[in-house]
Design a protein. Structure first.
Length: 398
């Protein structure tokens, strides 16, 4: 998205093959951006801050909450009206959290039942704001910062706890003026963004399933190459090591402002742990896999302050609890989390992904520990973020 707003050609290597990221490319093309490439390498022909064109048809974000929420910050400043929606799952995901700040900045937005996609966004000249996020969310933060690019002055976002900062890093890489003071991020409007040569680190949230797999299966030892280890993401590593996981990080380096390194993980006897408060926000995408791991630890896993999971692609608290119970794993559902006691056995079962990529992958990993053959309905959901997941899993377990 930032490449599209920059001037010149940005080359992106190691681009995700996941459907969500390709939904973003499709939306940019519909907005008049030339995109070249295939596989994992693409060139984005940026047209500057004012270069987007009115789309001829509604924009399709597919299953991607990231696409619709972040892109809306850009669409809010355009001199045209756009309509953006997605699939059935996305159409149930609430958008009020981005609509509120964008309306305060001057945008005109309509939504189904005033909160659900599709969104109709009538662009306007935006004014800067100082916005306090009620809940830490990197997507909402990015939406406001993107809108701030077009505002006349400085826009600030204050978050209750630190969320992922990939957007701030990327904006700086392209030449935007971004400052951080405590939990407040400020961006200056009207920058001249310049094209870049970029390498995308491999995704730690995708790597998490293989870290958990190695920690579940006795005698495992696995090396995962060139993983992004941004400090706002690496809480996962700290949490696992704190439970007793044998994980090392060789070949640590910085590329395009992001820390990148290899991960070497070995099967370990784990103590268990508690995820709550700011740690929950840091681990929100990894909780389905960690819940599976919790059942194999000594003391189990407790997750609190995770009501955000209720409004992901599925209600991930409920879908995790249901699938664990299908395995015979005792689990207590909480309004904002769950409790998984430790030292439990995993029975083979028939799982349901409920169309959620992280649920499909989490229970594929759980099945490795089961006492027989398991079946996962809706396994194709993994392609949303990780189309190669099943081939990769097959290769390392062969």
């Amino acid at each position: 998205m930032i490449s599209a707003l920059a001037e010149g050609k940005t080359r992106i290597r190691n681009y995700s093959t996941g459907a969500d990221c390709h939904s973003t490319l499709g939306c940019l093309k519909a907005l008049g951006i030339e995109v070249e490439g295939a596989g994992t390498e693409f060139v984005i022909h940026g047209r500057g801050l004012n270069g987007l064109r009115a789309p001829a048809a509604p924009l399709d974000a597919g299953n991607s909450g990231s696409t619709i929420r972040m892109l809306s910050g850009i669409l809010a400043a355009q001199p045209f009206t756009s309509r953006i929606g997605g699939d059935e799952s996305l159409s149930r995901r609430p958008m009020a959290r981005i609509m509120k700040p964008l309306k305060e900045m001057g945008a005109h937005i309509r939504a189904h039942e005033d909160k659900f996609p599709p969104l109709e966004i009538q662009g306007a000249a935006l004014r800067p704001i100082d916005y306090c996020l009620p809940v830490a969310s990197a997507q909402v933060k990015t939406c406001v910062l993107f809108a701030g690019l077009f505002a006349d002055g400085a826009t600030s976002v204050t978050e209750p706890s630190r969320s992922r900062d990939h957007s701030e890093i990327a904006l700086r890489e392209f030449g935007a003026e971004v400052t951080v003071s405590g939990h407040t991020i400020t961006i200056a409007g009207g920058p001249k963004l310049q094209a870049r040569e970029l390498f995308v680190p491999s995704d730690l949230s995708s790597a998490a399933f293989f870290l958990v797999a190695a920690l579940l299966v006795p005698r495992s030892r696995l090396t995962i190459r060139a993983v992004g280890l941004n400090p706002t993401r690496s809480a996962l590593i700290d949490f696992l090591v704190g439970m007793g996981a044998k994980i090392s990080v060789p070949n640590l380096a910085s590329r395009n402002g992001e820390l990148v390194g290899d991960l070497v993980v070995e099967y370990s006897e784990l103590s268990g742990g508690v995820i709550e408060g700011a740690l929950t926000a840091s681990l929100i995408d990894e909780i389905p896999a960690l819940a599976v791991l919790g059942a194999a630890t000594e003391r189990g896993l407790v997750v609190k302050d995770a009501s955000e999971l209720r409004i992901k692609e599925t209600d991930r608290i409920r879908t995790v609890v249901e699938n664990l119970r299908r395995m015979g794993v005792e689990t207590e559902e909480l309004p904002d989390g769950l409790i998984v006691p430790g030292r439990q056995k995993f029975r083979a079962a028939s799982f349901d992904s409920f169309g959620d990529h992280r649920i499909a992958m989490a229970f594929a990993v759980a099945a490795l520990r089961a006492d027989g053959e398991s079946v996962i309905e809706g396994a194709e959901a993994a392609s949303v973020s990780f189309p190669e997941f099943w081939d990769t899993l097959g290769a390392i377990t062969a």
